[in-house]
Design a binder for this molecule. Structure first.
Ligand code: ADP
Length: 501
């Protein structure tokens, strides 16, 4: 199969969240299954300079693409690179006015005012690029609102383009909270006929809603965990689009993300002082703990458990619960390590907690990949009490690193963490702790429970090993995506064009 994955970010070229990890790891895993996969992303030269260092070289292809955005024709140069340790090509769409900025989607004043134009441009450029390939692509896989216009274009402006006669569109939702909503006049930027601006298609309470457009027009929709696929069909998690999603429930598939085990592996991780596996974890984690305590100026106490958290500091990730619980959490004989950035309010609050209890609590504000690896290895318990979590990666990283997580049982957390109940322990499937009631006292109870269980070393060892021994790689998920692609191709052959729209 020839697959083109369109994303607004991909590691190591750009990253704000889990989407960038998926956009790199899934193509690599699909390529290993024998598929011909390419990725297309915007070229953010400033961001690349910060992130890339000595990464794969980016070269020009000499190709220039011209696409209409509203009344203007905008040109893009096409650059090319590849994903590290793979043969997956990465095409970078270069348009400095839109993409040569220090950040991807906005700055401290909020979202960039021209985001609709930027990603209309990018979505059209992706199809112009695909059209120019020597062989047609079978699958165009777009992700989140930034590339949600692609399935719409394939069924409208590009429906009679011979190169796309058999091309099927897949649309993956990574987070319903970000929908790409713009005022109605931005319909003019899309170049689409106003007839699509209706409540069944692109319109949402008077606005243009790109996420909705992707949901309505794609051949099949996926999201990043089976539980999230069910949750987003309910008012609590659907952000107003639950009805649209349940209308397409037969075409909506939840596939849990995998992890890039070349990067997240305690047997080989260059950021750890001592490598370890599921039998040598006590020594490996002890060495990591000493290194972390030293680095963060925490008392060097091998006996104390460390509870770690790495996350965007937002209420989605449960920082309101954390803030509410910290006074009680500090009563436990434990150290706490937080790494993250996000809402200035939470950043300040966390800093203040750290100032008040420097012996017990360390807060690092910022984005620090090496430190995140060390925290995963050094912690005894990981915290992830999210309000909602489409998939989540950090709970899986902690399972791989022998750090049982405490999670709220939502989305991908519910699909990856099995609570240490007596039944689950007896069946040998428990790997962490989960709760549902979104309350500070419930989180504190879970921490108490985990700390108590940690004292029972055979049970703890079993918990750790169960997490470490499961295959968290992309292999399984890539097979599921392949099945979805095949189903989409069949669907496209049976019912071409506007079957469901
Ligand atoms: P989301 O995409 O909602 O932010 P995920 O758990 O799916 O959450 O993915 C977050 C990714 O970003 C993980 O790879 C995580 O390790 C990483 N991450 C988040 N914050 C930081 C940080 N401050 N420093 C280093 N890595 C971080």
């Amino acid at each position: 199969m020839r697959i083109l994955l369109a994303s607004s970010e991909v590691v190591p070229f750009s990253k704000t969240g889990g989407l960038a990890d998926v956009a790199a790891a899934l193509p690599k895993a699909l390529a290993q299954l024998g598929h011909d996969v390419s990725v297309v992303v915007p070229n953010y030269p400033q961001v690349q300079k910060q992130l890339l260092g000595s990464g794969p070289p980016v070269t020009t292809t000499g190709q220039v693409i011209s696409v209409p955005v509203g009344a203007h024709d905008i040109q893009a140069q096409v650059f090319r690179s590849h994903l590290p340790d793979s043969r997956v090509s990465v095409y970078l769409i270069d348009q400095p006015n839109y993409f040569d900025r220090a950040t991807l989607y906005g700055d401290r004043h909020g979202d960039f005012g021209d985001n609709c134009a930027r990603f209309v441009f990018f979505s059209r450029a992706v199809l112009e690029l695909a059209k120019s390939f020597d062989r047609p692509v079978d699958i165009v896989h777009s992700n989140d609102w930034q590339t949600a216009l692609i399935p719409v274009l394939l069924k409208t402006d590009y429906r009679d383009v011979p190169e796309f006669e058999r091309t099927a569109s897949i649309f993956t939702i990574h987070n319903m909270a970000f929908q790409g909503q713009f005022w109605h006049w931005d319909m003019l930027l899309t170049g689409l006929d106003w007839k699509y601006f209706n409540w069944r298609q692109l319109e949402f309470f008077g606005n243009l809603n790109l996420l909705k457009a992707g949901i309505v027009f794609s051949d099949l929709i996926t999201t990043v965990s089976p539980t999230y696929a069910r949750e987003i069909q309910t008012p609590e998690f659907g952000y107003g689009l639950h009805g649209v999603l349940s209308g397409r429930r037969d075409d909506l598939v939840g596939i849990l993300n995998g992890c890039d085990t070349a990067i997240w592996n305690p047997r080989t991780d260059p950021h750890l002082p001592v490598h370890y596996d599921d039998t040598t974890f006590p020594e490996g984690k002890a060495a990591a703990k000493a290194a972390l305590q030293q680095r963060l100026n925490l008392p060097l106490r091998p006996d104390l458990p460390i509870l770690g958290m790495i996350s965007r500091m937002t209420s989605q990730k449960g920082f309101d619960l954390i803030a509410e619980s910290i006074p009680q959490l500090l009563r436990f004989d434990a150290q706490y390590v937080f790494l993250g950035n996000g809402d200035p309010g939470y950043e300040d609050l966390m800093r203040r907690f750290a100032n008040d209890a420097p012996e017990q609590l360390s807060v690092t504000i910022g984005y620090d990949e090496p430190l995140s690896h060390l925290i995963e290895a050094a912690s005894d318990i990981f915290l992830m009490p999210s309000q909602f979590e489409p998939c989540g990666l950090n709970q899986m990283y902690s399972l791989i690193y022998g750090t049982p997580p405490i999670v709220r049982a939502v989305g991908g957390l519910a699909d990856s963490v099995v609570d240490a109940s007596p039944d689950n322990l007896r069946d040998g499937i428990a790997n962490g702790f989960s709760f549902f009631d979104y309350r500070g006292d419930v989180l504190v109870d879970q921490v108490r429970r985990a700390l108590a269980m940690r004292k029972d070393s055979p049970v703890w060892q079993q918990l750790v090993q169960t997490g470490m021994q499961r295959d968290w790689s992309w292999r399984h998920s890539a097979n599921e995506y392949r099945n979805v692609y095949e189903r989409a191709l069949w669907k496209r052959m049976e019912a071409p064009a506007l079957a469901h729209v």
